[in-house]
Write a protein that binds this ligand. Structure first.
Ligand code: HEC
Ligand code: HEC
Length: 320
């Protein structure tokens, strides 16, 4: 006898069971709705009535509570600040908000709902610096907008805010980061030698979003001959200077950091006389772990400026 027939019999025979049946029925319907509703909420492609307005009020209130009316401690007129903001924006925001901040032409712009906001719109212009700071630091829950508290220190987030303001006040010359080539990507191999594993870390962490596939980013983002020792380099990578994100141990283990440094040394080898290098011999048994051949020395010989000359690394100098 099926449970339905059993239920029917007890409904006929007994009022209490009938009530119980109704309750069970509602529970089943409610359970079904609970399963159906959240995916629908995630996929619906228009704002529910009041959703946008409510979101805006909630964000503004939260920003006021947490950020207060704090004024930016960085000088927006300082070229270095705008530059740092631009580096960070280009590597961490442009893929969604677009290089010009208008929500267009980012690699992910079309894939998002709600869509990445036009940061140059009247709405965003009206927001206070403190609100923009808070949104960037904490992110917006239930949207694709991530928080950057774990990656950027407050100084850099204020620099990003200054750069958003610069974008609102007029078009900025977009920073064009070369897209990694297939050959560069093919260097990555998590089962390979330290250099190949390091290449995998480099691409997995998105270093190429700023530095290009082989450290060939524009201007300051080009990885030049790195004269710092491993301890200083680790400090740079963990803390992130001048608009670079910091990578803590939760994001990147010490072992991954060591592999990454091995890879970086191949991108930006220390100064050395320019002699044709023999092709690196692969570690025995390492499957496709060989770095793809690159021109010996490449165009790197011209980058001789010592890392110590760069501001912002002061916090990492003086290390063993
Ligand atoms: C993965 C995609 C993604 C990335 C990366 C991203 N954002 Fe967003 N951001 C969004 C989305 C989506 C929204 C809109 C959320 C909504 O509709 O409320 C948003 C909203 C915002 C807002 C609120 C604008 C307003 O007027 O309401 C600000 C400010 C913002 N982002 C700044 C940034 C900054 C600065 C960065 C980089 C440090 C960044 N975002 C990186 C997806 C992203
Ligand atoms: C959002 C952009 C961004 C990302 C992502 C990024 N960096 Fe940087 N990086 C910078 C900036 C900006 C600087 C400082 C440039 C300057 O001031 O000269 C820098 C500096 C460096 C330096 C020091 C260069 C030197 O000459 O001493 C190294 C090494 C470096 N980055 C490696 C990495 C690695 C490895 C990753 C990934 C784990 C990474 N970066 C991710 C922006 C970024």
């Amino acid at each position: 006898m099926t449970w339905l027939a059993q239920l029917g019999r007890s409904i006929r025979g007994n009022g209490r069971a009938f009530a119980a049946g109704i309750i069970i029925g509602f529970a089943i319907i409610g359970g079904g709705a609970a399963i159906v509703l959240p995916p629908w909420l995630l996929t619906h492609r228009s704002n529910l009535p009041g959703e946008a307005a409510y979101g805006d009020v909630a964000v503004s209130l939260a920003a006021m509570l947490h950020a207060g009316s704090s004024a930016s401690p960085v000088q927006a007129s300082d070229r270095g600040v705008i530059e740092r903001g631009q580096y960070a924006y280009t590597g961490s925001c442009a893929q969604c908000h677009g290089p010009a901040g208008d929500g267009k032409n980012g690699a992910l712009s079309k894939a998002l709902f709600p869509p990445a906001t036009d940061l140059t719109s009247g709405d965003a212009k009206e927001k206070s610096d403190a609100t923009l700071f808070w949104i960037t630091k904490q992110g917006l829950s239930f949207t694709a907008m991530p928080g950057f508290a774990g990656q950027y220190n407050d100084q850099t987030i204020w620099a990003i805010v200054a750069y958003m303001r610069a974008l609102q006040n007029g078009p900025a010359k977009a920073l064009v980061i070369p897209t990694p080539t297939g050959g560069q990507l093919a260097q990555a191999n998590i089962a390979g030698d330290a250099v190949a594993r390091g290449a995998a870390v480099y691409f997995a962490q998105g270093c190429e979003a700023c530095h290009g596939g082989s450290g060939n980013g524009p201007g300051e983002l080009r990885l030049r001959a790195i004269s710092t020792n491993d301890a200083q380099l680790s400090c740079v990578l963990r803390n992130g200077p001048n608009g670079m994100p910091g990578y803590d141990t939760a994001t990147m283990t010490d072992a991954q950091l060591r592999d990454l440094i091995a890879f970086l040394r191949t991108l930006a080898p220390p100064e050395q006389p320019r002699v044709p290098r023999a092709e690196a011999t692969p570690a025995a048994g390492a499957p496709q772990g060989t770095p793809s051949p690159r021109p010996a020395g490449g165009d790197r010989q011209s980058y001789s400026s010592p890392a110590s000359a760069q501001p912002g690394f002061a916090g990492c100098s003086g290390l063993g």
